[in-house]
Design a protein around this ligand. Structure first.
Ligand code: LMR
Length: 329
């Protein structure tokens, strides 16, 4: 089978905690939570017929085609990355009730170390970043890659698929549709008002009256917070996030494997708006982003959401990530 010959290696990386900021978390609950998240995603990726090199090792007992190798700790990082064509950075420390994703900026700022290792070991890999705040970790990664002359904007993705998964679920529920046939693009970024569901472009077409559209939009924008509050300090979305990340990574793998017409939304370098990074539907190919499919037609309500998202996205999240690298690296 062609896909086996491709020998696709996917590495799942754990962002290191800044131990000097969180000394008591080492080996503690936060560490176990992060392992748990990566484990769930690994379990789903183990079902890929395209070949996966992932953590943890006990997955190797599952009777699927994907091969599994286990790596743990910084010393094995370059062995883990060697030969990887897709690198997934699944999660950092989750937020607690009352926190925004941006409050994780310093906690999860260990991303540069992982990206540096990718730049040195497998500079051509597709990098899929799930770690929050995605609106900042993607620009951080881009700046680090530029420093190593390894930046290819077609290959760096902020994974926003959970927003699409949620939009599909909520729209299907509201309209009594078969969710497997519902597709709602979500543009912008991955936090609060920067999450812009484009319900007017949903397939199949759905209609919501004024307040209904607004209520649904607010629910999608706050869905991560809904989970964080429900878990009451025990973390954020794990199962739905693993489902969404696996869906995105599978699309990337399919595109690398030569499948045509693969489309996913993701947060990438962009010229579609004035924000230098922005999520829109993308046509994926063997080398990553083949074509940015842009905003499409937005109704007035969505155009206003876009306007409202820009200051936070551009001046806070993206600028903060770029400044962080310029000042520290
Ligand atoms: C989510 O959307 O569920 C994740 O980004 C985690 C979070 O903190 O909300």
């Amino acid at each position: 089978m062609a896909s086996r010959a491709l020998n696709l290696f996917t590495s799942l990386l754990q962002p290191p905690v800044r131990h000097h900021r969180l000394p008591r978390l080492q080996g503690g609950r936060a560490w176990r939570q992060r392992r748990h998240r990566a484990g769930l995603l690994s379990l789903l990726l183990k079902q890929s017929p395209l070949g996966v090199k992932a953590w943890p090792p006990n997955l190797s007992h599952i009777s699927t085609k994907a091969e599994v190798s286990g790596f743990d700790g910084p010393a094995s990082l370059s062995d883990c990355l060697k030969g990887s064509r897709v690198v997934v950075i699944p999660a950092g420390v989750p937020r607690k009730p009352g926190m925004t994703r941006d409050d994780l900026f310093n906690t999860n700022a260990g991303i540069p170390d992982l990206i540096t290792a990718v730049a040195k070991t497998c500079p051509k890999a597709m990098i899929c970043i799930v770690t929050n705040p995605v609106n900042s970790t993607v620009p951080i990664a881009a700046e680090i890659l530029k420093k190593h002359n390894a930046y290819d904007p077609r290959r760096l993705f902020g994974v926003t698929t959970l927003d699409i998964v949620r939009s599909n679920a909520f729209v299907a529920e509201a309209k009594g549709l078969d969710v497997s046939k519902v597709s709602v693009p979500v543009i912008g970024g991955h936090s609060g008002v920067t999450i812009i569901p484009v319900i007017s472009q949903a397939v199949p077409s759905v209609s919501f009256q004024g307040a209904g559209r607004e209520t649904l939009t607010t629910r999608i924008q706050n869905a991560g917070t809904e989970v964080v509050n429900a878990k009451a300090g025990a973390g954020s979305a794990t199962l739905s996030m693993a489902f969404a990340a696996e869906k995105f990574v599978d699309s990337v793998l399919q595109a690398i494997d030569g499948k045509r017409g693969v489309i996913e939304c993701a947060f990438v370098e962009s010229t579609v708006t004035e924000a230098p990074y922005f999520s829109t539907p993308l046509l994926l190919g063997r080398d990553g982003v083949e074509e940015n499919l842009g905003l499409g037609n937005l109704i007035e309500f969505e155009a206003k959401l876009l306007q409202a998202a820009m200051p936070e996205l551009q001046q806070q999240n993206i600028a903060k990530g770029v400044k962080f690298v310029k000042e520290r690296y």
